[in-house]
Design a protein around this ligand. Sequence first.
Ligand SMILES: NC(=O)c1ccc[n+]([C@@H]2O[C@H](COP(=O)([O-])OP(=O)(O)OC[C@H]3O[C@@H](n4cnc5c(N)ncnc54)[C@H](O)[C@@H]3O)[C@@H](O)[C@H]2O)c1
Length: 288
Amino acid sequence: MAAACPRPGDGLSGSDCRGQDSSSRSRKMAALRSLKGMVGIVTGGASGLGRATVERLVQQGASAVMLDLPTSEGSNVAKALGNQCLFTPADVTSEADVKNALAMAREKFGRLDIAVNCAGIAVAVKTYNAKKELPHSLEDFQRVITVNIAGTFNVIRLAAGEMGKNEPDPDGHRGVIVNTASVAAFDGQVGQAAYSASKGGIVGMTLPIARDLAPMGIRVVTIAPGLFATPLLAGLPEKVRTFLARQVPFPSRLGDPGEYAHLVQAIVENPMLNGEVIRLDGAIRMQP
Ligand SMILES: NC(=O)c1ccc[n+]([C@@H]2O[C@H](COP(=O)([O-])OP(=O)(O)OC[C@H]3O[C@@H](n4cnc5c(N)ncnc54)[C@H](O)[C@@H]3O)[C@@H](O)[C@H]2O)c1
């Protein structure tokens, strides 16, 4: 099938279809975007990978809306980051909560350019515990699926409506959505049926949502992190942390949340990244 030409109104002229002269190439490179002045909402923004992303947005001159549970540290973290950060207490699985968070974002910052989905939960339970003759709790399985998949989708669908109100930039862009899966989507370990299924769901919906939102000029990219030093892992004994770090081929350590945030920035800045899942894992492949 021949490559599709840009659609009318997406900011590229017909000549871009026919030739790749140096001036058109440099014009496209000029479309690399800067975070400065953008507004981003980050779910799970009060902790770990989400918090590092909020901090990076603010450091780079963007405004950050930190969406997290009312019980989280969000309020204190936002205060420490100053006027360019707003905490919106919300549960990602609630339509009313997310709508309210987006309305608060619009009221304070006037627009939405970026949505980063970091909110997520995990359980570690075998499908069937033969010793106790106990099947995995169906309720736990459904809770992980609901928060990780439905929660991510809820934020995507509502954030897309906000981004759709933006004037497109010269490249036709109105916004970027970044989701967080996990290497567990590909190399799920014992006890990770629910978590791996939920992260596999995020991987699976990345391309169709990117296709759905392409006519609006909104890109969708998913990051699949390996092992990162967030509060989740900080709670483990030092011995276990060292063992886990040694499993990473190179660099042989846990990832820094700042490295996740750096990739979010790269995704926002690079207009050709779309519909893709990027592993960020130091080449680790998890053992069973
Ligand atoms: N840390 C890792 O090594 C790692 C690896 C792979 C994937 N991930 C994924 O990255 C994401 C962030 O992980 P983290 O390590 O930063 O975890 P974390 O526990 O430090 O942060 C998660 C945040 O999500 C919030 N949250 C949970 N449920 C929510 C809900 N229903 N509504 C709103 N907020 C909610 C929590 O309050 C918390 O602040 C998760 O989706 C996780 O599965 C993490």
